[in-house]
Structure formats: structure tokens, C-alpha cells
Ligand binder design. Structure first.
Ligand SMILES: Nc1ncnc2c1ncn2[C@@H]1O[C@H](COP(=O)(O)O)[C@@H](OP(=O)(O)O)[C@H]1O
Ligand SMILES: [Mg+2]
Ligand SMILES: [Mg+2]
Ligand SMILES: [Mg+2]
Length: 356
């Protein structure tokens, strides 16, 4: 029997249920349902409710596994968090009790009648407080990746990955707003991507049906159009433009929030995803990249930092010092890496001259 069959079945069903939750929240979101966190990033009732849902399912499905989740319930436990807390409990329970679909298992604590009280759901959110580490099994969850995209009604993703001994082995990414067929941008939306180490990468529809094997085609550097963040604060647009110039790339970059960039790359769009630091000392988080890495590797791509080294998922909640991320098809990764290194050397030279 293939490895991680139960985890994969769980991941697909949990992300499907979480995507239904976030999609319905978007249509109902009102003012006061978003907080600004200590690092100035937004978090909505949707982020918290989706983390409560997935962590409570994980707790029943894999009780011994650790979880590194983006959110924690500290602000919600305060008196000032009462309004948001009540809304989150309501939303999480709506998602928990929604009818079972093919692939769901009532043993995960979902389905009609499975409501939970506030204390259990806050504790479920806080199951994601694990510090990470080098050994054993841990799941990492980004309940809404690209919260800014979510708030704009653009791309966002629900991302769940299983990491074993510091290596992501399963990646599930739900993208409720992503067109199913890239050639029909105004057509049906909502996809779930699933990849398991050594077993390939697949795109499903938003119901978790109709799996289609996906892969990155062989392309030349001239065909690249870089995938990059919408937010200039998250990765340097200017640096990417210099890399594009080095490679004589003529096509404009495609800007998109969230790990939907990894998904697009994995199904043959863009050719490369570049995420170079903006120089503010930000450390990338494991939940922003673990699922994407498995997906891209299983569709025939390569993910590295700007030194050409693998990302290290064993350092804790972050990936450590930020050397940027280059994800690309096999046929172009080494060329993009070389261009990144040249552009970096030029940048360092210019800085040295400016200080001379
Ligand atoms: N200064 C920074 N540099 C890089 N990434 C950052 C950042 N500040 C926040 N982020 C991360 O960027 C993610 C979104 O990435 P993207 O720009 O590709 O959409 C955010 O995820 P969340 O939206 O889950 O908080 C957050 O973790
Ligand atoms: Mg966030
Ligand atoms: Mg994120
Ligand atoms: Mg998030």
C-alpha cells in the first residue's frame, strides 16, 4: 500500500471543508471581523475559524501528531476579543456540522450534531502552538494564506502539510478563487491541489473530485513570466525585474497572493516563482512554503534558496535566515539561480560603491 494514504485522504477532506468555510465567510464578512496582529498583518474571523476546524479534525484523526499553525487564540481569550470569539465559534461550528461528503469520516468529529463548545475550539486553535523541530511528525497549517488577497476578493489559499523528520511529505492547498482551467480565467473557480512525496501532484475540483495529474512542462528561460507576490513588502519586485533583465525575459510578471503561486507553477503557469527578501529581516514561515514545496517537487520542479540550498523545515516555526526562495521548473531553475546570484552580486557592488 502507498505511504501516507490516510493522511492524504484526511488532508483533502479537511482542506475541502475549510475552503467551504472561508468561501462562505468572505461573502458575510463585516467590519470589526478583522484584527491587526502585532506584526501589522491582518487576521480575520475566517483565519481563526478555519484553524479551529482543521486542528480539531487533526486532533481526532492523528492525536499523537504535533501541529504548527499560524494563528493562536491568545487575543480571543481576552474580554476585548469576545465579539470576534463568539463569531469564530459560530463559524467553526457551522463548518463542523455541515453534512458529510464522500471521503469524510465522522470519527474526525464532523457532521450533523458534532458541535463543540467555545473552550474546546479555542484549545483546538492553540494546538497549533507547537514550536516545530527536526524530528518526528508534525503538520503545518496556514488557515488562510494571503489574508490580504482574501480581503480583496482575490487569490488566497488554505494550506496543510505533513512534515516528517523536517521534510514535507504531503502538501494540500485549496484555492477557492483560482480558475479550474488557466485558459478560462472567467470560467469555474475553486481547486484543491494534493501532492505526496514520490507519488506525483494532482489538481482536484473544489469538491475534491475529478483528480488530474499535473506537471511542469519543459520551457526555456525566454518563456518565463515570473510569479510574484502582490505585496511589494513581501518580496522585492525591483530585484525580480533585474533578474528578468539578466535572463532576457520579455513577459510581464504575474502577481498573485498566497501559495496559489506554487499551484500555478505546478500546473505549468509562469515557469518560476521568485520571492527575494525586501531587506527588513523578515523570516519566512514554514506554513507559507511546506505544501508548495511538495507540490512543485512532485510536479517536476525544484525549490531552493538563492544559494541553491534546500529550504530547512527543521529550524522551528521559521525557515531561519532569509536567503529568498526560487521555485522553478527543472529546465530553468539553474538559470534563474545563476541570474539571481549575478543580480545579487551587482547589488552588493553598487552598495559598496555607494559607501566608498
Ligand atoms: N515582510 C515579509 N516578507 C515576506 N513575507 C511576509 C512578510 N510579511 C508577511 N509575510 C507573509 O507573506 C504571506 C503572504 O504571501 P504572499 O505575498 O505570497 O501572498 C503572509 O501569509 P498570511 O497571509 O497567511 O499571513 C505572511 O506570512
Ligand atoms: Mg497571516
Ligand atoms: Mg501565509
Ligand atoms: Mg495565514
Amino acid at each position: 500500500m502507498s505511504q501516507y494514504t490516510a493522511e492524504r485522504k484526511f488532508g483533502l477532506a479537511a482542506v475541502r471543508r475549510a475552503c467551504a468555510l472561508t468561501d462562505s465567510v468572505f461573502n458575510k464578512l463585516v467590519k470589526n471581523e478583522t484584527l491587526v496582529k502585532g506584526d501589522k498583518s491582518p487576521v480575520t474571523v475566517g483565519d481563526y475559524a478555519a484553524q479551529a476546524l482543521v486542528c480539531s479534525m487533526l486532533q481526532r484523526a492523528f492525536p499523537d501528531d504535533l501541529v504548527v499553525g499560524e494563528e493562536d487564540a491568545a487575543d480571543l481569550r481576552e474580554e476585548s476579543g469576545r465579539g470576534m470569539r463568539e463569531r469564530i465559534i459560530e463559524l467553526a461550528n457551522e463548518a463542523i456540522v455541515s453534512p458529510l461528503k464522500d471521503g469524510d469520516d465522522p470519527a474526525w468529529g464532523v457532521g450533523p450534531g458534532a458541535e463543540q463548545d467555545a473552550a474546546s475550539l479555542l484549545d483546538a486553535i492553540d494546538r497549533g502552538n507547537h514550536e516545530g523541530g527536526k524530528t518526528g511528525r508534525m503538520w503545518t497549517l496556514d488557515p488562510i494564506d494571503g489574508t490580504k488577497g482574501f480581503l480583496r476578493g482575490e487569490q488566497y489559499a488554505v494550506c496543510l502539510s505533513l512534515i516528517v523528520d523536517a521534510k514535507p511529505v504531503l502538501g494540500v492547498i485549496g484555492c477557492p478563487n483560482l480558475p479550474v482551467d488557466p485558459s478560462k480565467p472567467d470560467g469555474a473557480k475553486g481547486c484543491i491541489f494534493v501532492a505526496t512525496k514520490g507519488q506525483g501532484a494532482y489538481q482536484y475540483d473544489h469538491e475534491g473530485l475529478s483528480p488530474k495529474s499535473i506537471s511542469i512542462p519543459h520551457i526555456s528561460t525566454a518563456d518565463i513570466s515570473f510569479l510574484e507576490s502582490v505585496e511589494a513588502a513581501h518580496s522585492s519586485h525591483g530585484f525580480n525585474a533585474r533578474v528578468a533583465e539578466q535572463l532576457k525575459v520579455c513577459k510581464s510578471p504575474v502577481r498573485m497572493d498566497s501559495q496559489a503561486k506554487y499551484c500555478c507553477l505546478a500546473r505549468g503557469e509562469g515557469g518560476a516563482y521568485l520571492r527575494m527578501p525586501t531587506g527588513v529581516g523578515y523570516r519566512e514561515k514554514i506554513w507559507d512554503h511546506a505544501s508548495g514545496q511538495v507540490l512543485v517537487e512532485e510536479s517536476g520542479g525544484v525549490v531552493s534558496d538563492s544559494r541553491g540550498q534546500s529550504l530547512d523545515f527543521g529550524l522551528g516555526r521559521t525557515l531561519g535566515e532569509n536567503f529568498g526562495i526560487i521555485a522553478a521548473g527543472k529546465s530553468v531553475h539553474s538559470h534563474v539561480l545563476e541570474a539571481v546570484q549575478t543580480a545579487r552580486a551587482e547589488e552588493d557592488d553598487n552598495k559598496a560603491k555607494a559607501h566608498a
